[in-house]
Design a protein around this ligand. Structure first.
Ligand SMILES: Cc1ncc(COP(=O)(O)O)c(C=O)c1O
Length: 478
């Protein structure tokens, strides 16, 4: 056995500072802690820290400025000490979201310029001064009671869903709702009907959670329930976006809604209703939620504040049938995956004080206008190449391309040119027969911007595709 030689304590401190400077964690000019503060923090004698600092000063790493404190020498250059401190080149992974500023045509983002910032800040600072401190303890894992009450009230009036606050769980986004559902109800290998085309993030999540996905086609009446019944009648779950199918934006027709509920009642299966942007319907009456027709309690209802307030809040909610409340409560309590309390109480107040209803009304009008701006610009410039679907709601347009057109190639070229267009064919699990472009319109602010963006898109569509066999880029076009 070889003896391990442990350097003297002062030398260990010296090495830590050298390593931090070499790795750029401490930069030239950065102030280092005083001898007294560091000695007390590390529970070491002051003399030990003093010896380390003296060595670092004598070698030019630190500079003492007397009463003004000690800093990293401004003249020092970061010199790697070992191979460990060399920059590591990590394998590339294309994140779905990376917190970057929004890009033109980006889907699923609310109008960031129209968010009532002042009002929100006023409510948030009031809450920070008051209720936030009343509840500065380990919070309720089901979500803040004020928000659960406010959501129950909103759903009753606006979505026709009758539920109690006890049935509501506040979660950090739709996938967190799926997480709670799958941990509570899903057995590995359970079959799960999913819409084809459908929301890829939900598909990826459910697959990860152990579900066997059963792609069910979608037509102009929404998910073709008969096809699901024919192929895998004993599926345990069906995941649907009945109000605005994602990404086709069609609504699930009443006969299909009834067929789906009948199937779930008969099979004792679960329907996961993803009602992510149902508030935005521009013609006709808003459709009631599927959950409002669910007399046998087979629907788990998911809503989110990402589209109606801001995605950065990471606030969503799940309504579970009464008979499942206990199981979901136990699981939520085990997981302890809380959402920020300040945003929960602020959102609750925003709803209670009537601002939410007014905000939704304003956004509905604004989006109807912005949508029209984009439709007009597309028909003026690209009518011969694209045909825009007449959807009644949603936050993006579907512009269909001829089958011979390569929507993915267009999206790759658009991405390089700074336009975040998505390819419809990428949203298919089974067949990629339909080609089209998915274009977010919520942040298109005026006619000039709409024309300028469509002009750029037209140039990309008209340009010759480059012959590049680059699958990474193909993945990145999502
Ligand atoms: C189909 C669909 N469902 C749900 C969501 C909401 O996800 P989250 O609550 O995580 O923001 C989105 C967001 O883009 C979506 O497109």
């Amino acid at each position: 056995m070889t003896d391990v030689v442990v350097p003297a304590l002062y030398r260990q401190i010296y090495m830590r500072f050298r390593a931090s400077i070499a790795e750029g964690l401490l930069k030239p000019g950065d102030r280092v802690p005083s001898i007294r503060a560091l000695a007390s923090e590390l529970n070491l004698a002051r003399g030990t820290i003093e010896s380390a600092y003296q060595l670092l000063i004598s070698e030019g790493y630190l500079l003492s400025r007397g009463a003004a404190g000690t800093i990293v020498s401004p003249a020092i250059k970061a010199v790697p000490m070992s191979s460990k401190s060399q920059p590591v080149s990590l394998p590339q992974y294309s994140l779905v979201h990376s917190g970057e500023p929004p890009q033109p045509f980006q889907m699923g983002l609310p109008a960031l310029d129209a968010f009532p910032r002042k009002l929100w800040n006023r409510i948030a600072s009031y809450e920070l001064r008051h209720s936030f401190w009343d509840g500065a303890v380990y919070p309720d894992a089901r979500g803040h009671s004020s928000l659960r009450r406010a959501v129950a009230g909103y759903l009753g009036v606006s979505r026709g869903i009758s539920c109690t606050p006890e049935q509501i769980f506040i979660v950090a986004g739709y996938r967190a709702a799926l997480d709670l559902i799958s941990r509570t109800l899903l057995q590995p290998g359970d079959s799960c009907w999913v819409e084809d085309p459908g929301y890829f993030a939900a598909h990826d999540f459910l697959r990860e959670a152990g579900a066997t996905l059963v792609p069910v086609p979608v037509d102009s009446d929404g998910m073709v329930v008969e096809a699901g019944v024919e192929h895998v009648p004993d599926a345990r779950f069906a995941v649907v976006t009945p109000t605005h199918q994602s990404p086709l934006c069609v609504a699930l027709s009443m006969p299909r809604r009834q067929a789906l509920l009948e199937w779930a009642n008969h099979q004792q299966s679960w329907i996961i209703e993803d009602d992510y942007d149902s508030e935005y319907r521009y013609h006709g009456r808003p459709l009631p939620a599927l959950k409002s027709l669910d007399t046998q309690d087979r629907v788990l209802y998911c809503g989110t504040f990402s589209k109606v307030l801001l995605p950065s809040l990471r606030l969503a909610y799940l309504v579970v049938p009464e008979k499942l409340v206990l199981r979901f409560t136990e699981l939520a309590d085990k997981m302890q995956s809380h959402c920020p309390q300040l945003w929960q109480v602020t959102t609750a107040k925003f709803i209670e004080q009537g601002h939410f209803g007014r905000h939704l009304k304003k956004m509905r009008n604004l989006y109807a206008h912005r949508r029209q701006l984009l439709v007009d610009a597309l028909s003026a410039k690209l009518e011969h190449r694209l045909s825009v679907d007449h959807q009644v709601g949603g936050m993006h347009l579907l512009a269909r391309l001829a089958k011979s057109e390569d929507d993915r190639g267009i999206c790759i070229r658009a991405k390089r040119a700074g336009l975040r267009v998505e390819a419809l064919s990428k949203w298919y699990l089974k067949e990629r027969s339909e080609h089209g472009l998915l274009l977010g319109f919520t942040n298109v602010v005026d006619k000039e911007q709409a024309s300028e963006l469509v002009e750029r898109l037209a140039q990309i569509i008209g340009s010759q595709p480059e012959r590049r066999n680059d699958t990474v880029l193909y993945d990145a076009c999502r």
